[in-house]
Design a protein around this ligand. Structure first.
Ligand code: 3H9
Length: 692
């Protein structure tokens, strides 16, 4: 029977080959099988040494993250590593691909590491809010020096084979026939005495000063990321404590971090991102269509950004405008964005030229006739969009995917303007389109499964994080954002000031608060939309009418003296807000920071619950991914739905009910799904829902 580890012995050298798809994570079954292989090699007098090799796209991707938080199963990773470390015969790691986290810890416990050219060695635990928990904080410093080891752990990014060799993590670089080279190396190690295990090596740590300098450079991160503080302490232990004591402390630090809500949130993000990549309710065997050429309609800010995404991914793209001048302006905008990257040093000039060569300007919709995917980014107006889709229906080649980049409008209505609604869907990019990772892929009523799969697949080719959502006003992200924006206005009227609102969110972990964000985008944008839809926001409207449009006019919610990027509070704004409160008949009061935060975030969670119940998002994790990649929700808070789960839905619902009662705003009352979960007992959570 094929287990996760295959064992064979030839001429005195045993080879244990790991084959545990998809990524050879160290699951209980795999640890058990690997431990058996080590014991078998150790106990067989005919075997002189053991090689640990693997098949698949990784060597070992690390501990099995899905087992974290469950009761430990023997052999634990620590027990397996102790077994390898204490093996009376040489054990050689033959690493053909990524050895990450616990995978690298296994490799470092071996007598030697032979690397293939595609090997990658890293300790990415930091990205999960953890540190290497099976001796990595002690073995890596002994192999590569304490300063370099700390740098590797704190960055979480792996070293390629050459860099790993230079750093001292690898012993041999095998250009080809890794397995043979590793077997020969293992045989060579049997000629003399057994190499001293890394755990028993004195020295190798390098100068203490260099380590302390590295630690000092991480002080700022250590203050906010507990795993960084813990890894500094653990690596310092390598200087001060015997190996076994230091490993015991490392183990405790790992277990403490495992319980930390920040690590739980980061682990949730890891799985939510991968889950979001799987489209719900897609018939088995659905294959994406081929996309070799693209067209973008509209060369404004969004259109230009989207065209750049295609070019950056090596896909030829036509940028189509209605007249020559607009088209030329669009191409010039693209060029100047690339030029700025070249100037900053983030793009080579030949790469810029190669990308520009993939972008062709054209006038008139007929130019979209060769494209396999067409994304329209014309003005946000339904009449115009329908006209564009009707024309595209006549021009586009059969099977082309016809996508709208609309932020709010009804894709079903656009699809109905064509004779091929199965080809129509939304691809909602976020501004700036060439930078922001999120792509909402909007599935309309008639969208064909393979068209949907194509949009998601192309999204990934463009380096985006595609999340499939359903049709509604604003889809997932902007629909929830609208709830927050409404509360900003209400809070300003009731007694808060822009600086206290922004501080609530920056203290929470957002890079920017909503008022600073509006100032950056321009307050006139929302104002124009409100005018067109007959809505009002007394404070924001008054700011615009006073000529305060945001950063571009030097003042908005905040003041930007001499073109400053960071705004400062303006007493004039405070006075203006107080005046508007009085006009609206609202008595101002002091509002505590925690109330501000809850008033901003809980209505978003409530809207998320409605979105889930309506099936606009298939899973709560999809909503989290939207907020993480489209709106800079801090990853260590896990996204709005995870945050609500962690807080407890009973409390979330109670807070919302209290807000609804205090303000008379019925939209704040707990949504039916939230109310049901909150009433179902302490354990009920969004994440416990079955996918819809
Ligand atoms: C650790 O090791 C702690 C130790 O120090 C101490 C312990 C005591 N576990 O990303 P992909 C799944 S912490 C479980 O799409 P790619 C993943 O969910 C760990 N599952 O592929 C997905 O499943 P599904 C340190 C894992 O080729 C499938 O594999 N290690 C794990 O784009 C494919 O994943 C890390 O942090 C795992 N460790 O990228 C490495 N890894 O198909 C985390 C993956 O059901 N992993 N899966 O959705 C990665 O960075 C990437 O997955 C990797 C492959 C680069 C390996």
């Amino acid at each position: 029977m094929a287990g996760p580890v295959r064992y064979e012995a030839n001429e005195g050298i045993a080879v244990a080959t790991i084959a545990s798809p998809p990524v050879n994570a160290l699951s209980a079954a795999m640890r058990g099988a690997l431990a058996d292989a080590v014991r078998r090699a150790a106990g067989d007098p005919a075997v002189r040494a053991l090689v640990i090799a693997a098949e698949g796209r990784t060597w070992i991707a690390g501990a099995d993250i899905s087992e974290f938080g469950k009761p430990p199963v023997s052999p634990t990773l620590a027990e397996l590593i102790a077994l390898i470390d204490g093996c009376p015969k040489p054990v050689v790691a033959a690493i053909h691909a990524a050895a990450l986290g616990g995978g690298l810890e296994v490799a470092m416990a071996c007598s030697a590491r032979v690397l293939g050219p595609a090997a990658k060695l890293g300790l990415p635990e930091v990205k999960l809010g953890l540190l290497p928990g099976s001796g990595g904080t002690q073995r890596a410093p002994r192999l590569m020096g304490a300063a370099a080891a700390l740098r590797l752990m704190a960055s979480g990014d792996p070293l390629d084979a050459k860099a790993a060799m230079a750093a001292g993590l690898g012993d041999v670089l095998a250009e080809d026939d890794l397995r043979m080279v590793a077997m020969a190396h293992a045989a060579g190690l049997t000629n003399g005495s057994l190499p001293v295990p890394v755990s028993r090596r004195d020295g190798g740590l390098g100068p203490r000063d260099a380590f302390e300098a590295e630690a000092a450079a991480l002080a700022k991160r250590a203050a906010t990321e507990p795993q960084v503080a813990a890894m500094i302490a653990c690596v310092r232990d390598a200087f001060d404590l015997p190996f076994d004591q230091a490993v015991a402390r490392e183990r405790q630090a790992f277990l403490d971090l495992l319980q930390d809500p920040r690590s739980k949130a980061l682990r949730h993000v890891f799985f939510a991102e991968r889950e979001a990549a799987k489209i719900a309710n897609l018939p088995a065997g659905t294959k994406p269509r081929k996309v070799e050429r693209a067209a973008v309609l509209g060369a404004g800010t969004m259109g230009a950004g989207i065209a750049m995404c295609f070019a950056n991914a090596g896909i030829p793209v036509r940028v189509i405008e209605t007249d020559e001048a607009a088209m030329q302006r669009g191409i010039a905008r693209i060029r100047s964005t690339y030029d700025a990257s070249v100037k900053r040093g983030s793009l080579a000039s030949d790469a810029r030229d190669a990308r520009m060569a993939l972008i062709e300007g054209a006038v008139g919709l007929d130019a979209a006739n060769e494209a396999d995917m067409i994304v329209e980014a014309v003005f946000e107006e339904m009449g115009l969009k329908k006209e564009v889709f009707a024309k595209l229906d006549r021009v586009a080649k059969p099977g082309a995917v016809l996508a709208s980049n609309t932020s709010y409008l009804d894709i079903d209505e656009m699809a109905a303007a064509t004779s091929r609604p199965g080809d129509v869907l939304g691809m909602h990019f976020f501004s700036p389109a060439n930078v922001m990772k999120l792509l909402e892929v909007v599935r309309a009523k008639a969208t064909a499964p393979d068209a949907l799969a194509t949009a998601a697949e192309v999204g990934r080719r463009l380096g985006k994080v595609p999340v499939v959502v359903g049709v509604c006003f604003g889809f997932v992200g902007n629909r929830m954002l609208a709830r927050r924006t409404a509360q900003v206005e209400r809070l300003l009227l009731e007694g808060a000031l822009p600086e206290s609102i922004d501080r609530a969110l920056t203290d929470f972990g957002f890079r920017m608060g909503p008022c600073a964000m509006s100032d950056l985008a321009g307050l006139d944008i929302g104002w124009r939309i409100r005018r067109a839809t007959g809505k009002r926001a007394p404070v924001a409207d008054a700011l615009v009418e006073a000529g305060r449009l945001g950063q571009k006019t030097g003042k908005g919610f905040f003041l930007y003296p001499d073109g400053a990027r960071a705004g400062v509070p303006d007493p004039e704004v405070a006075a203006l807000i107080e005046r508007i409160s009085a006009q609206e008949g609202v008595t101002r009061r002091a509002i505590a920071q925690d109330e501000i935060l809850d008033r901003l975030l809980l209505p978003m969670v409530n809207e998320g619950a409605r979105i889930l119940e309506e099936g606009i998002a298939a899973r709560p994790g999809d909503i989290d991914v939207v907020w993480l990649h489209g709106y800079n929700w801090p990853a260590w808070r896990g996204g709005p739905m995870h945050w609500a789960d962690a807080r407890g839905l009973k409390e979330v619902a109670a807070r919302l009910a209290a807000f609804a009662q205090a303000t008379g705003d019925e939209s704040l009352a707990p949504a039916p799904l939230l109310a049901r979960l909150a009433g179902a007992g302490d354990g009920a959570s969004f994440s416990g829902l079955k996918p819809g």
